[in-house]
Design a protein around this ligand. Structure first.
Ligand code: SF4
Length: 519
């Protein structure tokens, strides 16, 4: 090693390490619809990638636009962008000194924002490699090759599709030398033919480093009065598995994960929770997996380890899981280990619609699961979708009936979304869902969807049924209301009053500031 230089500096001299800046965009909030408690916004992949690259000796900077200021709002056409504008960072060393930019395609809602950041970067640092990384762990994300031209026209050089950990050396060598004879198969660049099919890399027994959360502004994430799951004072999102074996036609995951589910080893999951607990004092973990319990025995082992190690940890299945993969007789074990919340997704009460979606759901098991969770103090959420092309009025009636039965079994909350064409889903590819031409934003429940009024009516009807049935069942719903106002939610729904007040206060602040600036 050269005298006076650290190991990292010496590696850097030989071009073996790089200064890489990772960028996560602002969050898009549809105007007049602030019920987006179903939107995960922690950029988990960037925290894991930061740890991975740091372990290799690279110098990592993170620009997290949402996390750096979730109290800043800007109006853009039919939506607001929440977070600090990228322009606030253009003069920082993270931009001026970077040798590579990786822009995270966090959510489909933020697509236009991501393109705008790409154009700004291309103008500022035209010679620096600019990549976009796909978000393969969220249903709110999208398949980036489907909109490749948008990215290439905005100055992006390479699309990194799916996880990049399994052939990073190959990707890096290509990005440094731009030798088109050696383009990795999970990377898309403008030089490839338009019909080129990328191949995402899947590792069936993956291990990941502990996310580098100290590069993110945790206090800001914790200070906002809501989260993807029931909001606790401090919490972390965690991925205990990746992918999903199912093939729902409204979902992007079958394309971004090739219908392959990969579970992390129970020991590794528990180790990550305990390390983060000891490092940050956090005891609440929101499980952000697409389908955490596909292998029921794996979660039973995680529960046993948490109990054995007296971890004092609470966990919440906030992104939904396949109800049938949880054995009813294991619910006491989940509760003892610290499980406090399970979200499941019947999507519809009609077996025909569920089948047409390409999904399966055992409606009887769903009711038994809710009953058991209710008995053992685990709060439950059911997600419904309205507006599948196959859905008839009779199918909608079956959804209403099934929701009533769920409430009778002890259901604590419902979430109802209007299906939208997310890039990468089968419904998107088949152009089965039309948006009005003026629509800027595709989100969960996009107002620009054709037939919105009828779909919105169906959505409201399901929500109304939930509340009416809950009111018939006694004081539980009132207690939920009180918890919501006090800011001690046990369900996502109880986050909502404070979330709505928070977003409206930001909107008000934004308009007042704009008015003052005009003067
Ligand atoms: S179960 Fe369906 S909606 Fe859920 S992640 Fe899998 S494919 Fe997507």
């Amino acid at each position: 090693m050269e005298r006076g230089k650290t190991k990292d500096e010496t590696l850097s001299c030989f071009g073996l390490t790089m200064k890489i800046t990772l960028i996560s965009p602002r969050i898009a909030v549809q105007k007049g619809d602030f019920f987006g408690s179903g939107v995960p916004y922690w950029p988990i992949e960037l925290a894991i990638l930061s740890a991975f690259l740091r372990d290799r000796g690279d110098e990592i900077s993170v620009i997290d636009l949402f996390g750096s200021s979730p109290t800043t709002l800007e109006e853009v056409d039919d939506h607001y962008l929440q977070g600090k504008p990228f322009e606030s960072f253009t003069g920082t060393p993270s931009v001026a000194k970077a040798e590579m930019f990786i822009l995270f395609a966090l959510s489909y809602m933020a697509h236009r924002e991501i393109l705008s950041i790409a154009r700004t970067l291309k103008g500022l640092r035209p010679d620096i490699t600019l990549c976009v990384l796909e978000n393969s762990y969220a249903v709110t994300a999208y398949s980036i090759p489907q909109v490749a031209e948008d990215f290439f026209q905005s100055g992006v050089y390479a699309l990194l599709c799916g996880e990049v950990y399994w052939n990073w050396d190959e990707i890096l060598e290509f990005l440094k030398n731009k030798n088109i004879a050696k383009i990795p198969e999970n990377v898309l660049t403008p030089v490839l033919p338009k019909d080129y099919k990328i191949k995402r890399k899947i590792n069936k027994n993956p291990t990941y480093p502990i996310p580098e959360w100290d590069l993110f502004n945790l206090k800001n994430y914790w200070s906002i009065p809501y989260s993807h799951g029931p909001k606790t004072k401090q919490y972390f999102p965690i991925l205990t598995s990746r992918g999903c074996p199912y093939s729902c036609d409204f979902c992007v995951v079958p394309e971004t994960n090739l219908r392959q589910w990969r579970g992390r080893a129970p020991e590794e999951v528990v180790k990550e929770m305990i390390i983060l607990r000891d490092r940050f004092g956090v005891r609440h973990f929101q499980i952000e997996d697409l389908n955490p319990t596909v292998n029921g025995a794996r979660w039973e082992e995680i529960c046993r380890l948490l109990i054995e190690q007296k971890a004092g940890i609470f966990f919440y299945f906030v992104s939904g899981t396949k109800a049938e993969t949880i054995q009813i007789d294991q619910i006491p074990l989940y509760a003892e280990a610290g499980c406090r919340y399970i979200s499941i997704s019947p999507e519809s009460g009609s077996p025909n619609v569920v089948k047409a979606m390409g999904k399966s759901f055992d409606h009887t098991h769903g009711l038994r699961l809710i009953e058991a969770c209710h008995k053992y103090g685990i709060y439950t959420q059911a997600c419904f979708l309205v507006g599948h092309p196959s859905e008839s009025p009779e199918d909608h009636r079956l959804s209403c009936e099934y929701l009533r039965a769920m409430v009778c079994s002890g259901l604590d909350e419902v979430a109802v979304f209007v299906i939208a064409p997310f890039a990468g889903s089968l419904l998107y590819k088949h152009n089965s869902i039309k948006m009005t031409p003026s629509t800027m934003l595709t989100s969960f429940s996009p107002k620009g969807r054709e037939g919105w009024n009828e779909l919105s009516r169906r959505r409201k009807e399901l929500v109304r049924i939930f509340f009416t049935e809950r009111l018939k069942r006694g004081a539980g719903i009132w207690i939920q209301g009180i918890r919501a106002l006090l800011g001690i939610p046990r369900t996502k729904m109880e986050n909502l009053p404070r979330r709505i007040m928070f977003i409206y206060s930001l909107v008000l602040k934004y308009y007042i500031q704009r008015l003052l600036t005009l003067k």
